[in-house]
Design a protein around this ligand. Structure first.
Ligand SMILES: *Cc1c(COP(=O)(O)O)cnc(C)c1O
Length: 373
């Protein structure tokens, strides 16, 4: 058993059971006498793993038959380019909802390939991040697609409903929330997600795309960036990241055992509530970063009203095995990432520590005031 709770935003915690299985199978996968990472990607062993992972993902997300699923290298960042390269050949206009660093990066990359319009931007109101009401978005009627990031990982800003686009295909970067809550795949033209947050190990990215959106890409773009090619070769045009694919397969099987997305969602809500409740209980001590209605259930972000105590907070957390709570290098502050694999006991341990830390601080300020008098 591990002795700490890892709140890392990504690469993130994996289910212990998955790591133990990977360990047990490391030297000899299923009687082959080889590690799975030593077996050919076109051999029957790896082909079976690949097919099972896709079948499990399709089952967990109820992916309809007219959607293709790809397992690709390059991270979500490669999709920032692949999406416009493949979807802007016929119509070069697209809308982006920019609600944080990742959607900004996606928009900046897309602008190299087409006419990209920012239809809405997150804003700060009384120190809290928020998303404009949809009535204020300026969507383009004849755009090729609308891109958004359902959960902005760095700020912990999460859409609580699916943007309405009037029939324009919706593209979603689900890297930090895929399988954390139920989604209706039919609402989307394309979904992509890097694996290292909710899905497995870095190195592999899932793309779920409606078949009719796969078209001739822009001219003179790298072969490996064509969705058409990946459909034709079922993600096996060249050597895929086999070990990452295998780990993702183990995570998907683990998710099924947990009761699927509905059960994971319930657990995720409970975990997030434990921590948000403490933030709300001590408003004079903790400062949540995000407006209540857009609070992420994956990445809880906050500052201390007295920022000088931040290092003491990390030290107190570490003493209890609560690690990697540091906010992203661009935003600072505190961020507790609690993806699917993060255990509920860890959320409870953090909430308890935060309550005690706030009490302890309140007492020491009272004493300091007394001394000052
Ligand atoms: C982490 C993250 C990315 C970056 O993924 P890479 O695999 O490093 O390219 C992109 N989008 C979101 C929403 C993320 O959380």
């Amino acid at each position: 058993m591990r002795k700490n709770y890892n709140f890392s935003a990504g690469p993130a915690i994996l289910p212990e059971e998955v790591l133990l299985t990977a360990q047990a199978e490391m030297l000899d996968w299923n009687g082959t006498g080889c590690s799975i990472m030593e077996l050919g990607h076109r051999g029957p062993e790896f082909q079976a793993i690949a097919a099972q992972a896709e079948a499990d993902l399709r089952e967990l997300m109820s992916i309809p038959d007219h959607y293709r699923v790809f397992f690709l290298p390059g991270g979500a960042t490669a999709q920032f380019a692949m999406v416009p390269i493949n979807l802007l050949a016929q119509n070069n206009k697209a809308d982006y909802l920019v609600t944080g660093l990742w959607s900004k990066k996606a928009q900046t990359e897309a602008a190299r390939y087409g006419c990209i319009h920012v239809a809405a931007e997150a804003f700060e109101h009384e120190g809290r991040l928020s998303i404009p009401d949809p009535s204020q978005w300026s969507l383009t009627k004849d755009a090729a697609y609308v891109h958004y990031t359902p959960n902005e990982t760095i700020a912990g800003l999460e859409f609580q409903s699916v943007p309405q686009t009037g029939g324009v295909p919706l593209v979603a970067d689900m890297t930090s929330m895929i399988l954390s809550r139920p989604v209706n795949v039919n609402d989307y033209g394309l979904i992509y997600a890097g694996a290292q947050k909710n899905l497995g190990q870095a190195g592999i990215t899932i793309v779920i795309i409606r078949d009719d959106l796969i078209q001739e890409p822009l001219a003179r773009t790298p072969t490996l960036y064509h969705y058409q090619l990946h459909r034709e070769h079922q993600s096996f045009y060249n050597t895929p990241p086999t070990y990452s694919w295998y780990i993702t397969g183990l995570v998907l099987a683990w998710m099924k055992k947990q009761g699927g997305v509905a059960a994971l969602y319930e657990a995720n809500l409970r975990k997030a509530k434990l921590v948000y409740d403490v933030l709300d209980q001590f408003p004079e001590f903790y400062l949540p970063r995000v407006e209540r209605q857009y609070r992420s259930i994956m990445n809880v972000t906050f500052n201390l009203q007295n920022a000088d105590l931040t290092e003491a907070f990390f030290a107190a957390a570490k003493e209890r095995g609560l690690i990697h709570l540091q906010g992203h290098r661009v935003s600072g502050g505190i961020r507790a990432s609690m993806y699917n694999a993060f255990p509920e006991e860890g959320a409870l341990a953090l909430a308890t520590m935060m309550t005690e830390f706030a009490h302890e601080y309140a007492q020491s300020t009272r004493e300091a005031r007394k001394v000052a008098k």
